[in-house]
Design a protein around this ligand. Sequence first.
Ligand code: TYC
Length: 101
Amino acid sequence: MSETDTRSRVETRPQIERPKVYKVLLLNDDYTPRDFVVAILRAVFRMTTDQANGVMLAAHVQGMCVVAVYTREIAETKATEATDMAQREGFPLLFTIEPED
Ligand code: TYC
């Protein structure tokens, strides 16, 4: 004879979920001056000159570099702001975002 299971169940899923985070990527190009890339990284991503130089050089050599990781809205805002600043000066410098795995 089958019996109905009347035991209560406990929700074991963690109540706090980690917010999804996004990488901001810096892409290399052949036209944007190195000093300008460094200035943007310092202004928008609050890097020191040494940090900005390292990130700029990594993108220059590898073709691309992760600048920083943020929640989606902040990543989008900073990537757009940095790309727009370059565009206003006539440079093709591009920042994009990508979800972190
Ligand atoms: N490659 C550029 C130059 O030689 C400099 C540069 C570096 C541009 C990194 C974009 O993400 C970049 N002037």
